[in-house]
Design a protein around this ligand. Structure first.
Ligand code: USQ
Length: 381
């Protein structure tokens, strides 16, 4: 298949591009380095220095003989994006090209405006580029479990049947996010649903939980092919952050009571899920929503697991409860459905001590590069 990866320089985008290329697909990766730019501006650079997308693609070609096409450009520029679709004519587009940080989106007006404009305009442009240049192309959109929030009822997989005053209908599950970033993902879903109804597009919306990990078969070929591993308060996800904190000797930064529960997954499973979505596409006129995580943990559970894994490696890991910089429930009911991807064939990798120990060992090798000033939360809302 011809697979177009938007946001191909990102934590998930680059491993996805390599994964599809290694599996024998033709891949093109597009990025404008927005996250790198923001990271530089906010002192939030990743732990390891990552070569740019063109250099990574060149290195990947030298090591594997496989070619990943690269286009550097801004997906909010419709002429640019339409040109890429026209030139490349993809069978599937994997859309990661969004500002992905909840704290960044809450930092101030400029950051809010950038997040809203970037994320929604890109989604609108993908929809229009598909409709005008590649109408059979399957759109795989990265959404987030954070769209649902933490309601006091079971979370369904995208859709819910509602009976009201004796009549029944089928609706998108109610969504109520905890940050502007997560809210842009709700708005994306609504945009996609509108155009699926209007133009019979084929769309899979993957409601993903926080991802952890830095190892994939392709990334392990050479350390310069590693994903961008963030541990700062803006771009670092909680498990990755805790592991770096454990190595740096900084007490794990549990926000508030630590009862916040989310569905997590290994980076390897992100690759599997996206692959399954591409291999088994949505039908024309279908907005298929899949909840993309493998297991639920509270923040306290994660801190406990990291503490235990650290102890076995001789690290003295402490846990600190900080005042929560976010507005979120710290004790809540959480029971989201997630059978769709398992039914498509997902074989989960579970978060255990072995996985954490392997990550800790990799991080220990970069111990000297850890900047402790990037660890504590700088944005409150
Ligand atoms: N948390 C801590 N301490 C920390 C960092 C986070 O207690 O040092 C807590 C947060 O308050 C939250 C939970 O851990 O309750 C998860 O936080 P996170 O920063 O790992 O995840 P989040 O901000 O929700 O965003 C991340 C990705 C985002 C993706 C989302 C999936 O950055 O792109 O959409 O995970 S989800 O959380 O399911 O919405």
């Amino acid at each position: 298949m011809r697979v177009l990866v938007l946001g191909g320089d990102g934590y998930l985008g680059w491993p996805t591009a390599m994964h599809f290329s290694a599996a024998g697909h033709t891949v093109m990766a597009v990025d404008n380095y927005l996250r790198r730019t923001i990271a530089l501006q906010t002192r939030s650079q990743a732990l390891m220095t990552n070569p740019d997308l063109e250099q990574r693609a060149e290195l990947f070609r030298a090591l594997t003989g496989k070619e990943i096409g690269v286009r550097i450009g801004d997906c909010t520029d419709f002429r640019f994006l339409e040109g890429v679709f026209k030139e490349y004519n993809p069978d599937a587009v994997v859309h990661y090209a969004e500002q992905p940080s909840a704290p960044y989106s809450m930092r101030g007006y400029e950051e809010a405006e950038l997040t809203l404009r970037n994320n929604l305009t890109t989604t609108l442009n993908v929809i229009w580029a598909v409709q005008k240049q590649a109408p059979a192309c399957h759109i795989i959109k990265l959404g987030t479990m954070g769209e649902y929030g933490t309601p006091n009822i079971d979370i369904e997989e995208g859709w819910i049947d509602i009976e009201h005053r004796g009549r029944k209908d089928h609706f998108l599950f109610p969504r109520q996010a905890g940050s502007l970033y997560h809210t842009t993902k709700i708005l994306d879903t609504d945009l996609l649903w509108f155009y699926v109804r209007t133009w019979k597009l084929r769309v899979t919306d993957l409601m993903q939980g926080p991802v952890y990990g830095l190892s994939t078969p392709e990334a392990d070929l050479d350390e310069r092919l590693a994903p961008n591993f963030h541990y700062d308060d803006l771009f670092g996800t909680v498990v990755n952050r805790f592991l770096v904190q454990a190595v740096a000797g900084v007490p794990l930064t549990v926000y508030g009571k630590g009862g916040q529960t989310r569905g997590y997954l290994n980076l390897l499973d992100t690759l599997q899920c996206v692959q399954l979505a591409v291999d088994k596409p949505a039908h024309p006129g279908q907005l298929r929503v899949l909840n993309q995580f493998t297991e639920c943990f509270s923040v306290n559970d994660l801190a406990g697991l990291v503490q235990k894994a650290g102890k076995h490696l001789g690290l003295n890991v402490e846990i600190e409860h900080l005042p929560n910089p976010r507005k979120e429930a710290e004790e809540h009911y959480y029971n989201p459905a997630h059978s769709g991807l398992l039914e498509l064939g997902l074989k989960p990798h579970h978060l255990d001590e072995g996985v954490l120990a392997a990550m800790l060992e990799q991080i220990v090798r970069c111990r000297r590069d850890i900047d402790r000033a990037k660890i504590h939360p700088r944005v409150r809302w």
